[in-house]
Write a protein that binds this ligand. Sequence first.
Ligand SMILES: NC(=O)c1ccc[n+]([C@@H]2O[C@H](COP(=O)([O-])OP(=O)(O)OC[C@H]3O[C@@H](n4cnc5c(N)ncnc54)[C@H](OP(=O)(O)O)[C@@H]3O)[C@@H](O)[C@H]2O)c1
Length: 253
Amino acid sequence: MDRRWFDLDGRVALVTGASRGLGRTMALALARAGADVILSARTRPALDEVAHEVQALGRKACVIAADVTKEDDVRLLVRQGVAAFGRIDILVNNAGIGESRPVVELDTEEWDRTMAVNVRGPMLCCKHVGPVMVEQRRGKVINVASVLATRVARYMSLYSASKAALVQFTRTLALEWVRYNIQVNALCPGYFLTDMNRDFFASERGQQFIRELPMRRLGEAHELEGAVVFLASDASSYVTGTCLYVDGGYSLL
Ligand SMILES: NC(=O)c1ccc[n+]([C@@H]2O[C@H](COP(=O)([O-])OP(=O)(O)OC[C@H]3O[C@@H](n4cnc5c(N)ncnc54)[C@H](OP(=O)(O)O)[C@@H]3O)[C@@H](O)[C@H]2O)c1
């Protein structure tokens, strides 16, 4: 085992949804492993704070506000990212949303919005980063799906459907880009405390849910770091089209 396989020195990563939660954690993990980072989300101030944290680690950061559902934004994001750093080696499609709701209460606007962020967004980022990686003959795409892509939880039909679509998108794209030395994988987290689920896990139902998890606890954000660095680095050069579960055993249930 050579530790340099995990070294991201000289690599450039683009992380969407990097302003908070798991995206922030993964952006900092990639920087700690040596990468310069293009940080994106819709709102700028929180991104600037993450950029300072990246710089404090001795890496370069570039902040570009973009809504992943809008193709013009994504086109500009990639163009400005390449202008800033000259290349993109790693794309982490992390931006995502999700609410829990019974099917009879779902409205079409919520359906379309969730599908747009969770599926169309990663597609647009792949579409526009793809030519850069193809030209480099090297790239790593990490699509942040969820354990709910393959497992079910009550009232999570919309979110689960969007993440299942993202996994099949990942697998198909992995085959499409295998000839260009681009590895495309899905990272499937279990349950981690973030703004997305804070209210639920504070509730009695949420607390009961935690007690029923195999490890009887939520994941800690840092517990995703090893997985994202692995999928972003040469250590995963023969790994493509797979789903890496980081879920404390939830998918065993
Ligand atoms: N937390 C968990 O337990 C868990 C488990 C499994 C999977 N995941 C997945 O992990 C990813 C991150 O989740 P999280 O819990 O860290 O969520 P979060 O704390 O709510 O953060 C979401 C991030 O996405 C950005 N974002 C939202 N809509 C966007 C859009 N249209 N365009 C660009 N950026 C957008 C947000 O910034 P702005 O609002 O400023 O745009 C923010 O940076 C998601 O894909 C989620 O489905 C999370």
